[in-house]
Ligand binder design. Structure first.
Ligand code: GDP
Ligand code: GDP
Length: 453
């Protein structure tokens, strides 16, 4: 897939810390990091920036040489994806685990990479303190140049690694010619020539809320072409559905597909599963059983969705079963118990009959477009200057300069002379939200001290 930005692929065998590193580079969205080895994840592309340069990071999932691992067919699928992103990337960062030393799988990965034309950097992860820095020299044997010690978990050395990546990043992305970009995937945002990574949507909610019914209705249309894709864990299957907005990936649909129905035994399990799905998605659809109302679990889900920086669309399902009185009651319930949702859309639907669902795609279109907005640096700084003039931060604290680092969701990096109080950050966030009409999309602020402490 052609990308308008240069790409950096993060590769390595499972469990070396790729997703931790990816989150560190992105500076947001703590994904659930799995403890057991062999947990694979689908390929994910995310916008990032460093030293004012924008690029795309590609997480390739656990890359294993063909046939290795205890689930060869799943590994083969993931490996095929990983190889594709590796080949297309401008720079590859191979991650290894300093504690584990060089394993056979590492050698397999390195062997592939040595044949590559473009630059490859080796990040030796889990070097959590200086005492362990000597561990990196073993990895010279991989034949990929001097390794970089990093601790993805604590952030140690990641800046130096990114500096080195920037030094070898080409100015123009390799192979992303205009014609290729035009021939790319249908842009979900409707902006011609802008080829975004596919949007991921999770469908979450309590057991029995109607998620499967909803999902089957969404794919039930014969015109939608459905593909399965490996998801985070071995039993997670994502489904790509062709819609009028372009392809949309529905995350972790294993339990929702007609024939593949698995038993979502407990409420607790379903919550864990939903949280993992939310972490992998750009947008969450929260299905609430309107006959039950807003439960504690729904509230927890919403908090988590918000925390993951994921815009949300609420579906009040089983609307067909409610009488007028119940309809009024649930409206109040939503106001009281989900008030922190702000301006998120609430749709009244019946997944069973399909009533009300015609509003879902138009709603998604709006959310996706908002979510992907990029705001010019000058405009960001103008708004922050005005906001600070109207209401300065205490103790001489000041934002000196700011940029929008990422668009999905809008993430602003503020360079400040000292720590800014949380309440003040909320004030700035509100001003940015108002100025750029960001509606229900979560806005992330990152603060960096300019003194470099
Ligand atoms: P992936 O499979 O390569 O994406 O690996 P993960 O990012 O899921 O990390 C695997 C495990 O290593 C998790 O338990 C992480 O918490 C741990 N881990 C990742 N980075 C570091 C690090 O810098 N130091 C330490 N001590 N542990 C780390
Ligand atoms: P899930 O556990 O969230 O996937 O829920 P299901 O999709 O399996 O739905 C649970 C039950 O609710 C099933 O018996 C569905 O037929 C029923 N159901 C789902 N949506 C609706 C709806 O909009 N109206 C009515 N009356 N029943 C529904």
């Amino acid at each position: 897939m052609a990308s308008p930005l240069p790409t950096v692929a993060i590769v390595g065998r499972p469990n070396v810390g790729k997703s931790t590193l990816m989150n560190r580079v992105l500076g947001r969205r703590e994904a659930i990091v799995a403890e057991q080895p062999g947990v694979t994840r689908d390929r994910k592309e995310m916008p990032a920036s460093w030293q004012g340069r924008d690029f795309t990071v590609v997480d390739t999932g656990g890359w294993l040489p063909q046939g290795a691992g205890d689930n060869a067919s799943m590994d083969a699928k993931v490996s095929a994806q990983s190889e594709k992103s590796m080949e297309g990337a401008d720079v590859v960062v191979m991650v290894v685990d300093s504690h584990a030393g060089i394993t056979g799988d590492d050698e397999g990965v390195a062997g592939r990479l040595r044949g590559r034309a473009g630059p490859v950097l080796v990040a030796v992860n889990k070097v959590d303190d200086e005492a362990h820095e000597d561990l990196i020299w073993e990895f010279i044997r991989l034949g990929l140049g001097d390794p970089f010690p990093v601790s993805a978990l604590h952030g140690r050395g990641v800046g130096d690694l990114l500096d080195a990546v920037m030094a070898v990043l080409p100015d123009e992305p390799a192979g992303a010619t205009e014609s290729e970009a035009d021939a790319g995937m249908v842009s979900v945002s409707g902006q011609p020539g802008v080829d975004h990574p596919m949007v991921s949507v999770s469908i979450v909610g309590r057991p029995n809320a109607g998620k499967s019914t909803l999902f089957n209705r969404l794919i039930g249309d014969d015109r939608s072409v459905v593909h399965d894709q490996p998801g985070t864990t071995r039993d997670a299957i994502d489904t790509v559905v062709e819609t009028e907005l372009g392809p949309i990936r529905f995350v972790d649909t294993a339990g929702m597909r007609r024939r593949a129905r698995i038993d979502q035994a407990t409420e607790y399990y379903s919550l864990l599963r939903a949280l993992a799905a939310v972490d992998r998605s750009d947008i969450a659809l929260l299905v609430i059983d309107a006959t039950v109302g807003v439960t504690h679990q729904d509230q927890r889900l919403v908090e988590r969705i918000d925390g993951a920086g994921c815009p949300i669309v609420v579906l009040l399902n089983k609307w067909d079963l409610l009488d007028t009185e119940a309809r009024e009651a649930i409206a109040l319930d939503i106001d009281h118990r989900l008030h922190f949702l702000g301006e998120a859309a609430v749709l009244r639907v019946s997944a069973l009959s399909g009533k009300g669902l015609n509003r879902l795609l138009p709603e998604l279109r709006g959310v996706i477009a908002e979510y992907r907005r990029r705001i010019p640096t000058q405009a960001v700084n103008r708004v922050l200057r005005d906001a600070q003039a109207a209401h300065p931060a205490p103790d001489g604290a000041r934002v000196l300069y700011a940029t929008q680092g990422a668009a999905d969701p809008p993430t602003f990096t503020l360079f400040a002379n000292r720590t800014l109080p949380r309440t003040y950050l909320r004030y700035l966030e509100r001003r940015l939200r108002e100025a750029f009409d960001l509606g229900s999309v979560p806005v992330k602020l990152r603060v960096r001290r300019r003194s470099g402490e």
